[in-house]
Each structure stands twice: as structure tokens, then as C-alpha cells.
Design a protein around this ligand. Structure first.
Ligand code: NDP
Length: 326
């Protein structure tokens, strides 16, 4: 069995990843690491995990440990990834890979030097819905993609209204949600972002200066223009991706989510058709692909390189004057 160490007694581990690892059949969760001994012990007890640690090195020395899943807050990802890699453990790290491009590159290089697999848990690539959209585009069903709109603004759930709203190093909605959009678009369009222009708001739900809402226009190197909207403070807004091509349009509704849901329509001159989707838990797929990569079969769904390329070059970022002066 593949032995996993969870680094971070986090919500995403609690809600999705313990179960996703256990569903593999050939994997087990050996231990959890938390900076807080009581939180780690409570997490271990809740999920029937045999060990909890406060010291990462001690956890990495746990007998049978092969891989770590890192879901601490963003500023810890780099140091913990490099520490695990030096100990010879494969690393599945949460997004954003790091706080900036240089750190992301250090992580990719560090894992390569240590000969371990680095994967990023960009869950949306693992959604059957997004996989189907990509398949349709690749099959030429809409011709050449010209424009795309990403609706990814929502209402940050009450239980997540902590560090995302008040810790400057969290990166606000940019590092929380926008990174998912860029990764998903790279996956759907098979193209790289060339230019990004964005405006952000802050100071309503977040502390002043920390982005809570963002609208961006991204130009991809295949010529596709994309509009993106991310927000923490937009209750009752729609979730979806629309891709408009020379021959048709794909609309995927309700797909910018952690859950295996959503529907797809394809509209062309001949009319509008519903496209069937075989939904499956996104996180189960993520762990499955990662474990295969550990065995030398293919790559993680999102590689370290993908995590790094999610940082678009020529990033031009301007905030409204009110947010800048606050
Ligand atoms: P949480 O706030 O739930 O957990 C992050 C860390 O905060 C934990 O590792 C823990 O640190 C600490 N912590 C947990 N509960 C408490 C508490 N009650 N009081 C104080 N500290 C606490 O964050 P999320 O699970 O939402 O996010 C963790 C990471 O995962 C982030 O990098 C985020 O971007 C990413 N994420 C990815 C998702 C995806 O779908 N790919 C979805 C959600 C998040 P410690 O254990 O060291 O004590």
C-alpha cells in the first residue's frame, strides 16, 4: 500500500482528501501533521488515523511513508515541499503552488533533484465535465476557439472566512480562485496565457488591500481572449465556462466547483444538444493519477510545471484607487 502523510489538519483534507486517498484501495493515511498538537490529535481521532505529529521531519520518518499531501496555508507550501522532497517523499501539494514564480520554480527544481514526483491538486482538471469540454474542443466541435468566459464568483462559505480574508500572504482571491481559472483554461485550450490585465477590489469582506473580487482579461497564445470573474463576496452568482468558437459554442454550467456536478450544452448551426457527462469525484481522480505517476505510469493530473506556468508572464495588476489608498 502507498503510505500517505497529511501535512495540515485542514478543511480540504477533512472534506475531500482523506476519503479520496482511502477510496484508492491501495493507499492508507498513516499520519497527520499539525502545528497544533491538540488539533492534529483531534483530526487523527476523527478519521481513525494512527499517528499525529507536530514535527514534519518526525512525520517524514514514519515507517512506510511514501507520499505527502500538503494542505497548509499557502505560505508554508514551499518549505514543506522541499523538506519532504529532501526526505525522498513524493509531494502532492495544494494550490497555489507557492506565493510567487521564483518559489514555485524552487519547488519544481527541488523535487526534480530529489527524484520525487511533484503534483498540484488543481482539482478542476480532474472534473469529468472539464475533461469533456476539452475533448469537444480537441475534436474540433466548435472550430477554432475565439472567446471564453469563466464565471467563478461566489460567496465564500462561512467556515472558510479566516486567513483568506485577513492574511496578506494568502494572496486573496487571486491565489485562491484565479489560479484555478488559469490552470483550467490552460487545460481546456491547450494554450498558454500570454498577457493578463486585471482589476481587483478589496476591503469589503477582506482587509483593505487584499483582493476579494477580480475581473481579468487574458490573451492566450492561440489567440483566444478570455474574461474571468472571481469573487469571495458574490452570493447567488452563476458558475460556468462558455467557449465560443468559429463553428459553435460550448456552455458548461455549474462546473467551477469541488463537486462532481454540472451540465454541458453544445450549440451549432444544426441546433443545441446536451452532452452527457460521466461524473466522478474529482479528488479521487487526482490521487489516482498521482499514485500512477509515483509508479512511473504517466504524470499527475497537474504537474509541478503546470503549477509554475499558472503564473502568467506580463502580469499587469491595477487596483481601483479606493483599494490602493486604503
Ligand atoms: P484551513 O484553514 O482549513 O486549513 C489550513 C491550515 O490552517 C491547516 O493546515 C491548519 O494548520 C490550520 N487550521 C485549521 N483549522 C484551524 C483552526 N480552527 N484554527 C487555526 N488554524 C487552523 O484551509 P483550507 O483547507 O481551506 O485550505 C488549505 C490549503 O488548501 C490552501 O492552500 C488552499 O488554497 C488549498 N485548497 C485547495 C482546494 C482545492 O480544491 N484544490 C480547496 C480548498 C483549499 P496546522 O494543521 O498546521 O495546524
Amino acid at each position: 500500500k502507498i503510505g500517505w502523510i497529511l501535512v495540515g489538519a485542514s478543511t480540504v483534507a477533512r472534506e475531500w482528501m482523506v476519503d479520496a486517498i482511502r477510496q484508492q484501495g491501495d493507499a492508507e493515511v498513516l499520519a497527520v501533521v499539525s502545528r497544533d498538537a491538540a488539533r492534529g490529535a483531534a483530526f487523527a481521532e476523527q478519521f481513525g488515523i494512527a499517528a499525529s505529529y507536530t514535527d514534519l521531519d518526525a512525520a517524514l520518518a514514519h515507517p512506510g511513508a511514501d507520499a505527502v499531501y500538503i494542505s497548509t496555508t499557502n505560505e508554508w507550501h514551499m518549505a514543506q515541499t522541499l523538506q519532504a522532497a529532501r526526505a525522498g517523499k513524493h509531494v502532492l501539494c495544494e494550490k497555489p503552488l507557492a506565493l510567487n514564480l521564483d518559489d514555485a520554480r524552487r519547488m519544481v527544481d527541488g523535487c526534480a533533484e530529489a527524484g520525487v514526483v511533484l503534483g498540484i491538486n488543481h482539482h478542476l482538471r480532474n472534473a469529468a465535465s472539464h475533461g469533456k469540454v476539452r475533448e469537444l474542443i480537441r475534436a474540433g466541435e466548435i472550430g477554432q476557439p475565439l472567446y471564453c468566459r469563466v464565471l467563478h464568483a461566489n460567496n465564500l462559505p462561512q467556515h472558510l472566512r479566516g486567513w483568506r480574508l485577513d492574511a496578506p500572504e494568502s494572496g486573496g482571491v487571486t491565489l485562491d480562485m484565479f489560479v484555478h481559472d488559469v490552470d483550467t483554461l490552460r487545460f481546456l485550450l491547450d494554450a498558454e496565457p500570454r498577457h493578463v490585465t486585471a482589476c481587483a477590489t478589496s476591503g469589503g469582506m477582506t482587509v483593505a488591500g487584499l483582493e476579494e473580487g477580480l475581473m481579468a482579461v487574458i490573451e492566450f497564445d492561440n489567440g483566444t481572449l478570455v474574461q474571468v470573474h472571481d469573487a469571495f463576496n458574490a452570493p447567488h452568482s452563476l458558475s460556468g465556462v462558455e467557449i465560443i468558437g468559429t463553428k459553435g459554442t460550448i456552455f458548461a454550467t455549474g462546473v467551477m466547483t469541488q463537486r462532481p456536478v454540472g451540465s454541458i450544452t453544445l450549440t451549432r448551426d444544426s441546433g443545441k444538444v446536451d452532452i452527457p457527462v460521466g461524473h466522478e469525484n474529482l479528488y479521487v481522480r487526482s490521487v489516482r493519477a498521482f499514485q500512477r505517476a509515483m509508479r512511473g505510469e504517466g504524470q499527475p493530473a497537474a504537474t509541478g510545471d503546470d503549477g509554475m506556468r499558472g503564473w502568467p508572464p506580463h502580469w499587469r495588476h491595477s487596483r481601483p484607487a479606493a483599494a490602493t489608498s486604503a
